[in-house]
Design a protein around this ligand. Sequence first.
Ligand code: NDP
Length: 335
Amino acid sequence: NKQILLDNRPTGEAVASNFKLVSSETPALQDGQVLVRHHYLSLDPYMRGRMNDSKSYAAPQPLGQVMQGGTAGEVVESKNAKFSLGDKVVGFGGWQEYSVVDAGQVGMLRKVDTAHIPLSAYLGAVGMPGVTAWYGLMKICEPKPGETVVVSAASGAVGSVVGQLAKARGCRAVGIAGGKDKCDYVVQELGFDACVDYKAHKDPKSLYAALKDATPNGVDGYFENVGGVIMDTVLARMNAFGRIALCGMIAGYDGQPLPLTTPQLILTNRLKVQGFIVSEHMEHWPAALTELGTLVATGKLKFRESVAQGIEAAPEAFLGLLKGRNFGKQLVKLI
Ligand code: NDP
């Protein structure tokens, strides 16, 4: 069982030498336990925060232990009556090829139906990132038909779902993403109304002008994944009584400063700004997953994946995710 451990904590930018590859035998199962072979590991930006030893909403990832994270796979051995060989399951098995799930933890293991939805989608559009999009949009941005919704990191796992759900609710959906390819995908494949390539507008004035063109009626709902200059720019386009769902600020995860130059706009425009952590809203997961699963199964919700091959590739793929080298949900495929 190959595993990736957190070996040491980053000082500044996360680097490959923060991680260590080891190998161990999978132990014999005890009563109540289940052995899962992982087909996919989910790589997610929140993992960067947990690599630090600082106070946050989640405890830090312990040093010398398997990197924690979501996984999708198959039951290959079971001493638990609730699980049988061959069951496809989604869980929190971490960066390793196999995980042993204890009797007390099997509640975290969810059987999934792969007849109409591919297994990997349960780590993306029909999983935590999808629910994140659903919750922040529906419960914080509260979009109404005809309004304009903007989302940053628009081609990614969360952002791609935000824009498509906003469109389905009759809104004008506008993305912000890095590069022409990502912007073309967001508009042509995902059906957003417009997308601003922030990398083509290094000067904040030019970025503002591009966003203004894309949002002629201003912005009513903003789903923030990035922070910094991008957030500053969108703030300047917000309409009175606009709503901002503060989901992520990936531009600062490696310790970069996140300037907010015009906070007074929150006051003068009477904005609602609400941060949230999706795992604290479990009561909404069933409704969100039902809607997302139906949309994916019927082809109405599209998604894209960046798939790294083999567990050895996980650290580099994760560092790439923090730099925007992924295009869609970042996964590691193990078999
Ligand atoms: P994505 O698939 O969107 O991948 C991350 C993307 O962020 C990159 O592809 C890149 O896109 C963009 N990015 C990275 N660095 C920068 C930068 N410096 N400036 C601008 N954009 C950057 O990841 P997810 O969809 O999984 O996550 C999106 C956000 O949602 C993250 O901030 C994450 O932390 C947050 N999140 C929050 C949750 C919550 O409960 N609050 C739960 C899940 C996710 P590009 O090339 O377009 O710049």
